[in-house]
Design a binder for this molecule. Structure first.
Ligand code: ADP
Ligand code: MG
Length: 687
């Protein structure tokens, strides 16, 4: 049903509502209140306490315009049990008349302590013709999130109508969860849940509702989580149903590579490589997620997978979310694969003109290995025989980008194998939702000889001490990073801050070679600086958070992170992962600006306590909510309307069995659920 079918909604109002993503009448009911007000009973004024938001009734005893710095309308109201002052800083002349002595008023507002006892500032009010003549609300009053020009009264009128239509079954808002499921998980019907959330009864648990922790809200959250799980499963099932090329063992590339490698694979790496080989040897597409903490050695695993494809005559595409990380892969792979005569093709958004044409030619002509950023996923890139896609996603790619790449297979009905690598280990409950239907491998062992990084938390007031520490380290044979961070998400501002830090450090650290790297530099410049740092021509590298991922210089053993209090745990963990990669004892200094807030204090404490990515990820989820953990706010991959992965963690366990039940016994509901909750994004699931 169209919004304009509602009473009082014309095209202009409809447009305002649509701007909030509400396109139909039934969508209104998924726009949930943020809080509730209790206007179901009248509170005696004498019993009011500061902080309460209450409904009161009384007679105006006194009313005057008081001129302090500016005019203000002051009204004293009494109901026989007590007095309260109403203050209006903005008022019209007629209001003085409306609120004259003797008028009977009903007001709603927050009680505060003022100069002369209790007061309410700008209460909403209505005039009454007598005590107890107007009925009070019989439900709690919802307060909706809104935008300019859309008042609460409008929302109430709109949702009143939508709820009435729902009650009369005129909304085409079907119950999609079968009775068995509702019973098993003790969920109420959709219609009941919506009615309760929009108009709770007076005795409702408002605290739980406000936390969105009430069973009625859980009912919706469960449905939404189910829809996400089902859409991911469906997407992945469709892929699995296709054919892929079986890539059996059979050429010497992999063993020659392993022979050239200066180290042996860890047990965990061997296990994961084996799992991948089994997948690749089958003509069913691989769909595997490799979890491995920072520094666990995912790159070698990826290389071995790529060589299996090469050996079978197929192309591999490796993509990474940032230019720097992709460049790092390019460097490492070029070095590793040179002895085997394989030269990767490089493609990023910054490769243009002739060079781009050349790269595209080589890709089209079947180059074995192509490395790049999301540029690989864009139009105009055509592979001749794409057999394997490796995504080093660090949680930054959404499923959509991966699908775009998949569509570039160029081998007819054949589907490429997919290997997704993620660095921050994500909690299991999250994995079940975000990666439903994927196989998961875990590299749960670090290469030998690594010593845990010692982490200290130091106030910026002790900066000179920290600088001396850097001096000592660099005058020995160590190398260090100095990471500058700012809140602004601006390369330009970050770069400037880093340049300033370099200036002062050059002054303080005479004789030490300092380099600078930031996101504003050209790739060639960045490569040169990284090259010099790797070759130990630079001892101290001042950097922005561009070095967060992918930088790998084992001799670097000290990292200073400025403004550490502003960073989230995932980012701190990633950054710290740049040191402790060699056999030296490494340290990380978290430099903060006092005073430390509570959240920041907890983050620093956990960083000092543990290097375990799983624990850090769990804690991060607890402290920040999962959107940030997955970095999906940017990608739109896991955006929920009602559910919250941290708050609804307990529900997540029920999701997979519920999803199975639907798939097996009620397959007709599956697409409807996906369409209801995921909407446009369901395109890839073919709904
Ligand atoms: P990540 O999992 O963070 O991508 P990398 O693949 O970059 O980790 O590996 C981190 C470092 O450890 C690299 O310098 C890599 O060469 C080294 N490395 C990987 N596997 C091993 C191993 N089995 N033994 C010793 N060093 C290893
Ligand atoms: Mg890596």
């Amino acid at each position: 049903m169209d919004l304009t079918d509602l009473h009082g909604v014309g095209p202009r109002l409809a447009d305002k509502i649509k701007a909030l993503g509400i396109n139909q009448v039934k969508d209104l009911l998924f726009h949930l209140p943020i809080r509730y007000e209790d206007r179901t009973h009248i509170h005696p004024i004498g019993a009011c306490e500061p902080g309460q938001r209450v409904l009161i009734e009384g007679r105006v005893e006194h009313s005057a315009i008081v001129r302090a710095r500016r005019a203000m309308l002051v009204v004293v109201l009494s109901d026989g049990t007590g007095r309260i002052t109403l203050r209006f800083f903005h008022f019209r002349a007629y209001q003085k008349q409306q609120l004259s002595r003797g008028t009977l008023l009903r007001c709603f507002g927050e009680v505060r302590t003022g100069f002369q006892g209790l007061e309410m500032v700008h209460p909403s009010y209505t005039r009454l013709s007598g005590y107890d003549v107007e009925p009070v609300a019989d439900r709690l009053t919802p307060v909706y999130p809104t935008s300019a020009g859309l008042g609460q009264n409008t929302w109430i009128k709109l949702t009143d109508q939508a709820l009435a239509l729902l009650r009369h079954d005129k909304l085409e808002l079907e119950e999609l969860l079968p009775p068995a499921l509702l019973g098993q998980f003790k969920l109420s019907s959709l219609a009941k849940a919506l009615d309760y959330i929009h108009r709770p009864p007076p005795n409702a648990d408002v605290a739980a509702l406000t936390r969105r922790d009430h069973p009625a809200q859980k009912r919706l959250a469960m449905e939404e989580l189910l829809a996400h799980n089902l859409s991911m499963q469906k997407l992945h099932r469709q892929q699995r149903d296709r054919q892929a090329t079986a890539m059996p063992a059979g050429c010497a590339l992999e063993s020659s590579f392993l022979q050239c490698l200066p180290f042996d694979l860890t047990g965990a790496q061997q296990r994961v490589v084996q799992e991948i080989r089994v997948d690749l040897a089958s003509n069913k597409p691989m769909l595997r997620l490799v979890h491995g903490d920072v520094g666990s050695g995912k790159t070698v695993v990826a290389a071995l997978a790529a060589l299996r494809a090469t050996g079978n005559g197929y192309q591999t595409a490796i993509t990474a979310p940032t230019e720097l990380l992709a460049e790092q892969h390019l460097r490492v792979f070029s070095k590793w694969l040179k002895p085997l005569g394989i030269q990767p093709v490089w493609l990023s958004g910054k490769v243009t003109g002739k060079q781009r044409a050349l790269a595209l030619d080589r890709i089209g002509a079947g180059a074995e290995l192509v490395i790049g950023t999301h540029a690989l996923m864009q139009e105009g890139v055509k592979f001749s025989k794409l057999g394997l896609i490796i995504v080093d996603e660090q949680h930054r790619f959404g499923v959509h980008q991966r699908m775009n790449l998949l569509e570039k297979g160029g081998t007819g009905s054949q589907q490429a194998h997919q290997l997704i690598m993620t660095a921050t280990p994500i909690p299991r409950t999250l994995a079940m939702t975000a990666y439903a239907g994927m196989d998961i491998s875990v590299i749960d062992e670090l290469p030998p000889g690594r010593q845990p990084v010692k982490t200290v938390v130091i106030s910026n007031a002790r900066r000179p001490e920290v600088i001396r520490r850097v001096a000592t380290a660099c005058r020995g044979s160590q190398q260090a990073y100095w990471v500058c961070t700012l809140i602004e998400e601006s390369d330009a501002i970050d770069a400037q801050a880093a340049e300033e830090v370099v200036e002062t450090l050059r002054h303080d650290l005479d004789g030490i070679k300092i380099g600078l790297i930031h996101g504003r530099m050209k790739p060639a410049e960045k490569q040169q600086v990284m090259g010099e740092f790797e070759a130990e021509k630079i001892q101290l590298l001042v950097a922005t958070t561009v070095i967060e991922v992918g930088v790998d210089v084992p001799n670097a053993s000290l990292m200073i992170i400025e403004n550490a209090e502003r960073l989230g745990l995932a980012q701190l963990h990633q950054l710290r992962g740049r040191v402790g990669r060699g056999s030296n004892q490494s340290s990380c200094v978290l430099l903060y600006n006092p005073p430390l807030g509570d959240l920041a204090r907890q983050r620093m404490a956990i960083m000092r306590e543990t290097a375990d990515g799983f624990r850090i990820a769990e804690k991060d989820l607890e402290l920040r909510g999962p959107g940030d953990v997955l970095g999906t706010r940017q990608t739109g991959m896991l955006q929920f309307r009602v559910a919250d992965l941290a708050r609804d963690a307990a529900l997540l366990k029920a999701v997979p069995p519920a999803a199975d039940l639907l798939l097996q016994r009620h397959p007709a509901q599956v697409d409807k659920l996906i369409r209801r909750w995921i909407g446009d994004a369901s395109r890839f699931a073919g709904v």
